[in-house]
Design a protein around this ligand. Structure first.
Ligand code: FES
Ligand code: FES
Length: 178
């Protein structure tokens, strides 16, 4: 059996200490050890972006790094985006703009969009498309995805849709992506 390494990682505001094999990918750790199934695996070639999470506030593809590399760092997944049971503005915008079809790409799209808006709060449509070029939507729903991101950048307020977090995009099972 391969040797294990102890890691301590803060994920969605909770600190976890676990023994992991050095070869365990971060996305596998999140899904299989922590049950964070909102972060999904859409490819084995590092090109779909479905597994995108934030590491110390910056977006990373969690299939491209090992869990041990997250030791001592903060990770935010789609499941940590809602606050106090209320969807984050991007989550609300994706819902209201119908920016998802099967929903498989949605967690990664939202995490990457959040990074994009943090770096550039007022992107043009072209800049949004360029910022999301590492994320693939196999349902080809790009038009509404871009519209949702642009609406948040433009300060559109959707109010509270009334969706609870358990009914929302943050729930992989509800979104059909478990
Ligand atoms: S699962 Fe990570 S890029 Fe596709
Ligand atoms: S909504 Fe189906 S892959 Fe994007």
């Amino acid at each position: 059996m391969a040797s294990s390494t102890s890691i301590t990682v803060e994920v969605d505001g909770v600190s976890y200490t676990d023994d992991v094999e050095p070869r365990l990918l971060l996305v596998q750790y999140l899904r299989e050890r922590l049950g964070k199934t909102g972060t999904v695996i859409g490819c084995d070639t590092t090109n779909c972006g479905a597994c995108t999470v934030h590491l110390d506030g910056a977006s990373v593809k969690s299939c491209t790094m090992f869990a041990v590399q997250a030791d001592g760092h903060q990770v935010t997944t789609i499941e940590g985006m809602a606050q106090d049971g209320k969807l984050a503005p991007l989550q609300e915008a994706f819902h209201q703009c119908h920016a998802l079809q099967c929903g498989f790409c949605t967690p990664g799209m939202i995490m990457q969009s959040a990074s994009l808006l943090k770096e550039n709060p007022h992107p043009t449509e072209t800049e949004i498309r360029e910022g999301l070029e590492g994320n693939l939507c196999r349902c080809t729903g790009y038009q509404n995805i871009v519209a949702a991101v642009k609406s948040v950048a433009d300060g559109v307020e959707y109010g509270d849709s009334g969706l609870s977090v358990s009914e929302s995009l943050t729930d992989g099972e509800t979104a059909g992506v478990k």
